[in-house]
Design a binder for this molecule. Structure first.
Ligand code: ADP
Ligand code: 5GP
Length: 207
């Protein structure tokens, strides 16, 4: 039985492992669609246009904001990041679950627009481990790495606004935890109401 699609938001400090966890989760769940964000940050070596992000310049990003094409957007470490509106609305309308991997300001904007969005904050087992993971990724200069670590500490303060906290000790366990959250969210009374109404609508055989 499939009910309405859920909007899932995953945030967490840089280096926690969000992209890694989200990638495996989307591979495992066939009714979960991953929103591809737009950003003005330059692509990393491993990243492909349209797979990790749509890479656009400042002028184009601001045009998209002005035209109402962004469901939310935020500035992070000197660059714009935002969620294109069209696909998210299309997928939810078709009953798919949709996952946004976005930072904390954007997550708050989503919750303001849709109170039923499920906000998950992914945290590392320790900040030392987050730093080690970030260094291991070899994607940042020392300067941007330090800035990301500083933002990461500020972001931890925002954990209180999230519905669930998942610790990314191992990728497999974090994926299982998010999977359980999604399953439970689908079983909430509000979502199951139409199913119960359907049960009540069928008369007993004796009637
Ligand atoms: P984020 O998207 O949160 O910045 P990434 O997904 O890019 O983080 O992960 C940062 C680095 O940590 C990557 O090199 C990734 O392979 C590694 N990583 C992610 N999750 C784990 C984990 N549970 N244990 C060990 N390393 C991890
Ligand atoms: P990164 O440069 O590491 O890929 O992303 C930096 C931060 O921007 C991460 O916290 C990531 O979750 C966030 N981010 C990615 N896409 C979006 C988006 O569309 N909107 C917002 N608000 N944040 C995003």
């Amino acid at each position: 039985m499939i009910n309405e699609g859920k909007l899932l938001v995953v945030s967490g400090p840089s280096g926690t492992g969000k992209s890694t966890v989200v990638k495996l989760l989307v591979e495992k769940l066939d009714r979960l669609c991953l929103s591809v964000s737009a950003t003005t940050r330059p692509p990393r070596e491993s990243e492909l246009e349209g797979r990790e992000y749509y890479f656009v310049d400042h002028t184009e990003f601001e045009r998209r904001i002005a035209c109402g094409e962004m469901l939310e957007y935020a500035s992070y470490n000197g660059n714009y990041y935002g969620t294109p509106r069209d696909k998210v609305e299309e997928w939810l309308g078709q009953g798919f679950d949709v996952l946004l991997e976005i930072e904390v300001q954007g997550a708050k904007k989503i919750k303001d627009q849709r109170a039923d969005a499920v906000l998950i904050f992914l945290i590392p087992p320790s900040m030392e481990e987050a730093e080690a993971r970030l260094r291991g990724r070899r994607s940042e200069s020392e300067e941007t790495l330090q800035k990301r670590l500083a933002i990461a500490r500020q972001e931890l303060e925002q954990a209180q606004y999230y519905d669930y906290i998942v610790v990314n000790e191992t990728v497999e366990q974090a994926v299982e935890d998010i999977r359980s959250i999604l399953r439970a969210e689908h079983l909430r009374y509000a979502g199951m109401k139409p199913f119960i109404a359907g049960l009540k609508a069928v008369p007993n055989s004796a009637e």
